[in-house]
Design a protein around this ligand. Structure first.
Ligand SMILES: [Zn+2]
Length: 264
């Protein structure tokens, strides 16, 4: 049963990934994600179902538009494959459950935030604000850390609101101290969203994992001279989004380990 759920969610993830590509393409330009239907951005030819088979059509067409030969960005199959892999993993991790439903929605939101921030260095209000409302609504049913809060709705809502406030304040301080040069205000809003999703205290795990991962990659890029100076900013959003996913899935275990280590 678990194997079937995992495979089905993997296939579902391929289709969702295809839709997420559309969101990543269109949302930064303020375009509708409903109309017009999928088309080639170079020749405007509307695409048929056979052109839209996730990952496989990219391979068949060797990364080019069937009609005009324009390159299809490699990001398309990567997002489709990553969404499928993450959805399959979540299905295997949670099994068929309410938690799985919430987790795949959060994963989809984080994939969009990750890709848009990496490509455009933007964290869009049109993604973050609706996601905040969704996270607040979900918190009536799901809290990240069940041992820490009573297993009832109000405990989780309190956890989410506290998490959102802590995330906001923790990222607002460095934002104000660096006068916005170290990180953008988008990162502050993203931290508030992550807090709402993961709750308190898992928001601490999420931000710490994100900041450590971002720091390690920055050091690696500087050492390998892939970026010239520390001024060439690396967007923090993708790391925060990845940290949030880690905290949602393993945050309770990480926090308990951390707590046990800290208190000897
Ligand atoms: Zn074309």
């Amino acid at each position: 049963m678990l194997a079937i759920t995992t495979i089905l969610f993997g296939l579902f993830g391929l289709l969702v990934g295809s839709f997420l590509n559309l969101c990543i393409d269109r949302l930064p330009g303020g375009k509708s994600i409903v109309r017009p239907g999928s088309h080639c951005d170079s020749c405007n030819q509307s695409l048929k179902a056979i052109d839209l088979v996730p990952v496989f059509s990219y391979i068949w067409l060797r990364g080019r538009c069937r009609y005009c030969g324009a390159r299809i960005p490699l990001r398309s199959p990567i997002v489709e494959f990553a969404t499928a892999a993450i959805f399959a993993f979540l299905a295997w991790h949670y099994g068929l459950s309410l938690e799985l439903a919430f987790a795949v929605v959060y994963a989809a939101i984080f994939i969009v935030i990750f890709a848009i921030d990496l490509e455009q260095e933007l964290i869009l209000n049109i993604v973050v604000f609706p996601a905040m409302i969704l996270a607040f609504a979900f918190s009536f049913f799901w809290g990240g850390f069940e041992e820490f809060w009573p297993r009832i709705g109000p405990g989780f809502v309190l956890s989410a609101l506290l998490g959102g406030a802590v995330g906001f304040v923790l990222m607002l301080l460095p934002y104000l101290l660096t006068r916005g040069r170290g990180m953008g205000y988008g990162d502050v809003k993203l931290a508030a969203l992550i807090g709402l999703m993961s709750g308190f205290p898992l928001v601490l795990v999420a931000l710490l994992v994100g900041i450590i991962a971002g720091g390690l990659v920055a050091v690696f890029l500087l050492l390998s001279r892939m970026v010239k100076s520390r001024k060439a900013a690396i967007p923090y959003g993708p790391f925060l989004a990845a940290g949030a996913m880690v905290a949602l899935i393993w945050g309770d275990k990480i926090f308990q380990w951390w707590w046990a280590t800290g208190s000897g």
